[in-house]
Structures are given as C-alpha cells and as structure tokens.
Design a protein around this ligand. Sequence first.
Ligand SMILES: *Cc1c(COP(=O)(O)O)cnc(C)c1O
Length: 386
Amino acid sequence: MKNKLAQRIRDLPPYLFARIDELKSEQRARGVDLIDLGIGDPDLPTPPNVVAALQEAAANPAHHRYPSYSGMLEFRKAAVDFCARRFGLDLDPATEALALIGSKEGIAHFPVAFVDPGDLVLVPDPGYPVYGTGTKFCGGEVHVMPLRRENGFLPDLSAIPKDVAERAKVMWINYPNNPTAALAPRSFYENVVAFAKEHDVIVASDVAYSEMYYDDERPMSFLEVPGAKDVGIEFHSLSKTYNMTGWRVGFAVGNRDLISGLGKVKTNVDSGVFEAVQRAATEALAGDQSSVEDMRRIYRERRDVLCKGLMSLGHEVLAPKATFYCLVAVPKGYSSLEFAAKLLTEAGIVATPATGFGAWGEGYVRLTLCADKSRLAEVVERLKRC
Ligand SMILES: *Cc1c(COP(=O)(O)O)cnc(C)c1O
C-alpha cells in the first residue's frame, strides 16, 4: 500500500502538546480533578433563541437539499447588517459577503485562491496556527512577523525587509488577538492599509473575538479604515460570540474579488452550510443580542477572579480587555512547556504553552476563562498551596 503521507503533511510542525496530553492522561488516570483552561471553547450554551431557530428550520424540508455555495442571501444580509450596525460598514450582501463553514474553514481555504508555490505570506507569531499551515499547504512560504509585548503585540511593519514586503502576497492580522488578547488601535489598521497599498499585499483580517470585549474600548473592524476594502477581506466567526463553536458557521466580508476568489475554491471543495444552520445563524446575528451582554459580563467576572487572584500571588498576568485568554508570564528558570507541565503535575491545572502558537510565545502560558468562577477561584487556591 502506498501509504506514505504527502510531503505537505510530513512537513507539518511537530505536535507541541504531545507532552501536555501525556501528562493530562497520567493525571486523569490517577484520579486528579483536572481544571482544563487549555482550550478556547466556550463552556456556556448557545442562546435558546438560536437553538429554537435551528429546531424549527431543521423540520422544514425546504432546507434538506444542497444549500447555495455562497450562502443564503438572508444569512449574508444578516451578516452585512451586523457589520453595518456594529462597525458602520457598507457592504453588498450579494458580492461582498460569503458564508463559511466556520471562519477556520475560510482562513484555511483562502490561500488556495491566492497563494502560488513560492509566494510569501506574512504571519503573526505567536498566532493562530491555521495562517501558516494553510499557506504551506499551498506551497507558500511563511515570513514570521513577531508580536512583541513591548510593541503591544502588534507586528512592527517597518521591520519587514523591503524585499520581503515586495514579495509578500498576503498579510494575516488578528485583533483582538489569540493568544495575546491584544487589541489593535485605528492607527495600526491605517498603517496596515498604507503598507498593503504601497507593496500590493492582500490583507486578511481575522476578527473571531470582535464581540468579546470587557471595557469601553470596543474592537474595530479593519474594514472601517478608508481604503481597506480595496485590499482586504475579513473573517468573522459566530463561535465565540454566540457559543456556537460546534455549529460550524461563519462568514467573510470585504473586497469582492477576494470574496469571489475564495468562493471559487469553495464551490470545488464543499457544498455550503446546512440551511437550517444558516437560519439559526441569521437569528443569532439579527435577533435578540442580550446573550452577548450576558457573555461579556460572565467573562469579565471570571477574568477578575482569575487574574486578580493570580496577581495577588505575585504572578505576572496580562489581564485581557478582550478575548477569553490570559497570558501568564513564566517564572524565571522555566520554559513555557516546563511551566505548563509543572502546573499540570503539581496543581492539576491545564494551561497551554504559548510556544504552541509560535516561537515568539516563549515565556508565557495561556489560560482560558472557559470554566465557572468557582473553578477559577479553585485555580488560585491550588496555586497558593504549591
Ligand atoms: C476560534 C478561532 C477561530 C475559528 O473560529 P470558527 O469560526 O469556529 O472556525 C478563528 N480564529 C481564531 C484566532 C480563533 O481563536
């Protein structure tokens, strides 16, 4: 059997969490009550109005057939209306919006439309791993943009060498950021648009956490900046906003040529999102938004319990203004992986070494707020004891 894996799969980076997974099973086998703050997956349920919309739509035979490739116009209208209400964007639902099977699907497929072998793609580090793997699956080369704390975890565009900038085809940006929780100011987006125009680079912005913010500073859309629609596409997710990670629905908006390019890939790969799910997603975006306020209040309270607690123990914690991720600085003498292993074996706490998101994550572990307040208080208690 010719079962040798394709080169692109053999080239995938080694799985960094193998050691953590091993320790997790060991601890579990010993009966340790693990508190898992490793994975960014909301523990809260999808709002009931969304579930009800799915139930009703699922019973309607009109939705049992193949959906349209680009998504129901009704869903794309709801997406565009959401962007108008929230960010003041003016988008055409027919040509500037596309339904996705979760934003990850669109992020992974985008390079298939625009990256040729040998093309260069600018990727933030630490960052969501899909930007880099999607690039490499298409034979593209990754140029890392380090996200440094002293620079607010924004890439330093002026540090990108001229020849790299000239060769670059796509730049990925992601604010509010996973894993650093950083927000981007308007001036950053303005610089990105100027950079993209000067060097003829496509901007791909991932705003999966745009609604997950806790203070007065509301995250903006990159497309709010004048000229952004000439150069960019933005990937939106319902997963974190409406606790819908399992539903697999999201959307892309932006430049019509970029949307249409991604759409061409999708017509050849998938057959769209189940229409009943699109009906439910329409309800999520267009219906009662009080669940989003509740979500923010719950995570804000959790953030305060966990971050204040850890700080009171002397830990250096970057308390998030957005996203549900808290970076904790690793004490001297440990690597990120070693510190995560110590948290697991000595306190039964699962944290993610930030090196799982790239080499520039060294020095931090990432904790999520995906557990209730009493469990987060328990995290603080356990650390106090060890
Ligand atoms: C969770 C996440 C996504 C993916 O969300 P889906 O819409 O569920 O595919 C995209 N980008 C980042 C940075 C994320 O953390």
